[in-house]
Design a protein around this ligand. Sequence first.
Ligand code: SF4
Ligand code: SF4
Length: 309
Amino acid sequence: MPEAAALFELVVLSGKGGTGKTCVTASLAALAHEPVLADCDVDASNLPLVLNPQPQRRESFTGGLRAHIQSDRCSACGKCQEVCRFAAIALDGPGNGCVPRTYRVDTAACEGCGVCEYCCAGHAIDLRPADSGEWFVSDTRYGPLVHAGLHPGEGNSGKLVMLVREQARQIAAATGRRLILMDGPPGIGCPVIASLTGATRMLVITEPTPSGEHDLERMLALGRHFGVPAWVCVNKHDLNPAMATHMERHAVERGATVVGRIPYDPEVTAAQRQGRPLVEMNRGPAATAIAGLWQRIRAEGSVLINVND
Ligand code: SF4
Ligand code: SF4
């Protein structure tokens, strides 16, 4: 069965934060058989808060470029400041033998566009790789976890997500694990697309609200665009059962498969406070529903996941 040996990449998405996505992902990590875990929310990584990771590897991430002015070459002509659309250049650099002050780049404001480098007649400016963040490979009780974080104000989160996914794939290949479970970022922007492209399935965690319905519609459209089949689970479905049913019907009409419903359960908050996967904490209604969700996912994806737990 060649398909059974294939890597299964399941990305859990929500369209926005606060829907219970990380809670579900952490519980699936505890239920799955030998997964590789990846937190693709590199702007606000939450999965490590629940899985108590022990870092084994720590690397810096250079995601973009920043302008740098060599003060000994700067004639203080001011051209670079004039052309910078991001107000990232100021006359507050050190003096040299010719001028009392030179221009300096505020690297936090610099977008690395390179216009100043192009315009500097004195060739005093060059673009240098920026230290944009860090990524980690950590041990958890449930499997290796690849996670990352951007420094404040840094961009290139899509590039860092791709790096996280590639590391997870390398670990899966090296250890013979066949399931990569990814906690995706919120929204539908670049980091979500980086998480979604090439994934085997997406699991959308949503809530029965008008904004949840809108986000679900956007996530399903994104999945269709990138050719990733969707599973859907409505969290806190009992807070608005009519809306939950409407959303599920809507999802099915758009080609998705509804794989579960999770009721509102105050134990979810208790588990978050303790920093543990819910399914390890209790057998309450939400934990039971998530266990059922995993069984449905196994059944739906068994040919590809080939789990043997
Ligand atoms: S354009 Fe070049 S020489 Fe002129 S102020 Fe800027 S860095 Fe200095
Ligand atoms: S690279 Fe672009 S954003 Fe950065 S200082 Fe130069 S002109 Fe401004």
